[in-house]
Design a protein around this ligand. Structure first.
Ligand code: 48H
Length: 259
């Protein structure tokens, strides 16, 4: 066995995949439940899709369940997606299913990757590409370690026909579009409305509803949709996130067909 063969195998195969990801149909930011569900449904339809994730681990806010009790709840509406992924759901009482957070995170990731989505972890999206057509047409990437070490290192960029902001509570891509570009979002205030305090019923209803193209070329999904459209948080219930990811994929496929 040879050290250099092992090193070459890693570097060459990673570079090949990164080069391949420089022209995408859909680039997703964030591997939380919304991002990974969207990636799965997009890849299943043979869309060229990759997710960029800042952290070492994928799964966003899934792992800790509710207050570090690593279980999550999914309601009736999300049960079909759990079944499609093959995730065990135990009925707690009528309409409420309990899922193991570890099984949820790992299975969403496994099924997205197996369907053909590429996940790049340890990469942060620090900006978007927007040209004269005022459309989000790519992402600006840097190693997360560059940010952590506060190094002054310029980023690289990829092109994508569509971007999905699945960055959770911080809705980072929408912030970039409004703050750096002065872009007007398709919300009631034309800006980021801000997440509201907890109201499970309303929060869960609004997340899939607010999963939309919020700016040309930019779809918002998951908790980012709640933050952008000003709907309530819902705590550790994940049906809305899964439904939002599925809707984001459907929307992206429709938009790709139209273009
Ligand atoms: C690369 C980035 C960047 C960036 C962020 O928070 P998430 O799990 O997101 P969702 O929307 O799929 O799920 C939300 C859910 O986990 C949750 O928090 C709920 C239901 N809360 C309810 C409540 O009441 O609190 O994942 C987002 C992912 C994370 O892994 C981030 O690291 C990643 O996005 N991310 N990756 N570049 N600029 N910003």
């Amino acid at each position: 066995m040879d050290e250099v063969v092992i090193s070459r195998a890693i570097v060459e195969s990673y570079m090949k995949e990164l080069l391949e990801a420089m022209e995408l149909d859909v680039a997703i930011v964030g591997t939380g439940p919304a991002g990974m569900t969207a990636a799965y449904y997009l890849a299943k339809e043979k869309t060229k899709v990759a997710i960029f994730e800042r952290k070492l681990s994928v799964g966003g806010g899934i792992w800790g369940g509710g207050m570090m009790f690593n279980k999550a709840v999914v309601q009736d509406e999300g049960k079909g997606i759990l079944d499609e992924f093959g995730i065990t759901a135990t009925q707690y009482q009528k309409g409420y299913y309990v899922v193991d957070a570890i099984e949820l995170a790992s299975t969403l990731c496994y099924r997205a990757v197996k369907a053909g989505a590429k996940i790049f972890n340890l990469i942060s999206v620090e900006d978007v590409v927007i040209k004269e057509d005022d459309k989000v047409s790519g992402l600006v990437l840097n190693w997360s370690t560059v940010h952590l070490a506060k190094l002054h290192v310029d980023p690289l960029a990829i092109r994508s026909k569509l971007v999905i902001d699945a960055t959770g509570h911080d809705c980072e891509i929408c912030h970039l579009v409004t703050e750096k570009v002065g872009g007007k979002l398709r919300t009631a205030t034309r800006g980021i409305m801000g997440e509201k305090s907890m109201w499970v019923e309303m929060g869960e209803r609004k997340v899939p509803e607010n999963t939309r193209e919020v700016y040309p070329g930019l779809i918002v999904a998951g908790m980012a949709a709640a933050a952008v459209f000003g709907s309530p948080r819902m705590g550790p219930i994940f049906g809305g996130m899964l439904l939002s990811g599925k809707k984001a994929a459907r929307l992206a496929i429709e938009l790709l067909r139209q273009s």
